[in-house]
Ligand binder design. Structure first.
Ligand code: CTP
Length: 415
C-alpha cells in the first residue's frame, strides 16, 4: 500500500490543519515529497523548509510543484522575508523534521539557529516530530543518541528509524522510518489525547482453520476496520495490543504490540492472556465459528484419488472469543463488538444488532451488511448501524472506515 493510499489519507478528519515540514540533508530527502503528498491528500496545509544539505538531493521547486506554500530555503538574509524564521511558529500546528540528519538533530538538541529550519524550530512552541535517517554507525554513536534522549525528554516525538540496508550499503538501524508511521505520528500530534492511559485490545483479520496440511477454511476479511480502530485509538493516546489473523499486512507504528495468530483457538488464547490488563476490547476479527477435524491431525495432504462424489468434513465449534471474555470482564472494561449479517435493508439490521449486542454483553455493537452485493470486506468505506447496550441505535451514512473508527472511539468513551 503506498503512503498516499494509507489509512487517514482519505479521511477529512485533519483537513484544514497546518503542518510545517522541514527536510534536511539525507539521501532519504526525496521521500519527503511523498510525505507531503500524503498530507495534501488528507487536506492539510503544508509549508516546507528545504535545508541546504537537503538541496544536494532534492530541489525546493519540487515541493512547490506538489503544493507546499510557502517553500523556504536556507538563504537567511537573502531575498526572503526577514521574519521567515518566525512564520511556521505563528501558523503551523505541528512541525515535522523528516528526514532529520545527524546535524539537524544536533542543532535541535542544542537550540542552535545557524540554519533557517533550526531557527524556525526554536521559535516554535507546538509539537515537534522528528524522523532520523542516516548511516547506522552515525545513528548508533553515543553523541547522536544523547541528542535524541535530550529531545525526547523535552517532549519531542521521535519516529525511530528502521533496521535494514542503508543507501551506502551498511546494515543496521538508520533507514528512515516507514513514511506511513511518520504521517500517522504527525496526525497523532494534532489529535486530542483523550484515550491516554487506556490499554486497548483489538482482534482483527480472519482466522484460518486447516483441514489438512495445505488447505484451510477462511474468509476475505482484510483487517482494515480493526487497523482503523487501532490507529484512531493510538492517535488519541491509547496503548494498542493487536491480536492479528493471517494475511493482515499493514505497517504498524513501532509501539503497537502485535501477536500474530492463525486459528480461532490461537486468537482466543492470545486475547485471553491480554484481557485482564486491558481497559477496552474491540472485537473486529472475522473469527471462523467452526474448525474442521483435520485429516491425519493436519500432518499430511489429503489425496483426491478415489474420491468420486461429494465427501464430508466434520466441523467442530470454536470458542466465541468475545463472549468468553465478556463473561469474564471487570465492570470498568468496555467492549466494542461487530456483527456481520445478511439483511434485506439497513433498517432490519438495527433489530438484529440490538439482539446481538445483548447476547454478547457488549457496550457498543457495529453491524455491517454482508449480502453478496455488498463490498464490506476490504473496502475503504462502510455503511454501518451502531447500537448501544441501552438499546439506542443509529444508521450512519456511508463513511470512510477511519472516520467510522474515530466516531466509535468517541462513542465508546461515552458508553
Ligand atoms: N466473535 C468472536 N469469536 C467467534 C465469533 C465471533 O469473538 N468465534 C466476535 C466477532 O469478532 C464479532 C462478534 O463476535 O465482534 C459477532 O460476530 P458475528 O460473526 O457477526 O456473529 P457470531 O457470533 O459468529 O454469530 P453468527 O455467525 O451465528 O451470526
Amino acid at each position: 500500500m503506498s503512503i498516499t493510499e494509507t489509512f487517514f489519507t482519505e479521511s477529512a478528519h485533519f483537513a484544514g490543519k497546518h503542518v510545517h515540514l522541514a527536510v534536511t540533508g539525507s539521501v532519504a530527502a526525496y521521500k519527503a515529497c511523498e510525505l507531503l503528498r500524503a498530507f495534501k491528500k488528507a487536506g492539510l496545509y503544508v509549508s516546507v523548509t528545504v535545508s541546504t544539505g537537503a538541496q544536494h538531493f532534492v530541489q525546493p521547486k519540487l515541493f512547490e510543484a506538489l503544493g507546499a506554500i510557502p517553500v523556504y530555503t536556507d538563504s537567511f538574509g537573502g531575498t526572503e522575508d526577514c521574519f521567515a524564521h518566525l512564520e511556521p511558529g505563528t501558523r503551523a500546528q505541528v512541525f515535522v523534521v523528516a528526514p532529520a540528519s545527524a546535524n539537524a538533530i544536533a542543532s535541535l538538541a542544542q537550540g542552535r539557529c545557524d540554519r533557517l529550519f533550526a531557527a524556525q524550530a526554536l521559535a516554535y512552541a507546538g509539537p515537534l516530530v522528528i524522523a532520523p535517517a542516516m548511516n547506522p554507525k552515525m545513528y548508533a554513536h553515543p553523541a547522536l543518541q544523547q541528542n535524541l534522549k535530550t529531545l525526547s525528554e523535552r517532549g519531542v516525538m521521535i519516529v525511530k528509524p528502521q533496521t535494514g540496508v542503508s543507501a551506502c550499503g551498511d546494515e543496521g538501524e538508520g533507514r528512515l522510518a516507514h513514511l506511513a508511521e511518520i504521517f500517522w505520528t504527525s496526525l497523532k500530534a494534532l489529535a486530542l489525547q483523550d484515550m491516554t492511559g487506556l490499554d486497548v485490545l483489538i482482534t482483527l483479520g480472519p482466522t484460518r482453520e486447516h483441514w489438512d496440511s495445505v488447505r484451510f477454511l477462511s474468509n476475505p476479511s482484510s483487517g482494515r476496520m480493526g487497523m482503523s480502530l487501532a490507529l484512531a485509538s493510538w492517535m488519541r493516546g491509547a496503548k494498542v495490543h493487536l491480536v492479528q489473523g493471517p494475511g493482515v499486512e499493514f505497517p504498524t507504528p513501532q509501539d503497537f504490540q502485535v501477536v500474530p495468530v492463525q486459528t480461532a483457538k490461537e486468537m482466543y488464547q492470545a486475547a485471553r492472556e491480554l484481557w485482564p490488563s486491558m481497559d477496552i476490547g474491540m472485537f473486529c476479527a472475522a473469527v471462523a465459528d467452526f474448525s474442521p477435524v483435520p485429516y491425519q491431525n493436519g500432518k499430511s495432504k489429503f489425496k483426491k484419488q478415489g474420491v468420486t462424489g461429494p465427501f464430508q468434513l466434520t466441523l467442530q465449534r470454536n470458542p466465541d472469543i468475545l463472549l468468553e471474555l465478556a463473561n469474564d470482564r471487570r465492570p470498568s472494561q468496555k467492549i466494542l463488538a461487530f456483527a456481520a449479517e445478511t439483511t434485506p435493508d439497513m433498517e432490519s439490521l438495527v433489530n438484529l444488532a440490538q439482539e446481538k449486542c445483548k447476547q454478547k454483553h457488549a457496550d457498543l455493537l457495529v453491524a455491517n451488511r454482508v449480502n453478496p452485493e455488498e463490498t464490506t470486506f476490504g473496502s475503504l468505506n462502510n455503511q454501518v448501524c451502531v447500537v448501544n447496550a441501552k438499546g439506542c441505535g443509529e444508521i450512519w451514512p456511508l463513511l470512510n472506515k477511519t472516520e467510522v473508527a474515530w466516531r466509535l472511539c468517541t462513542w465508546l468513551l461515552q458508553a
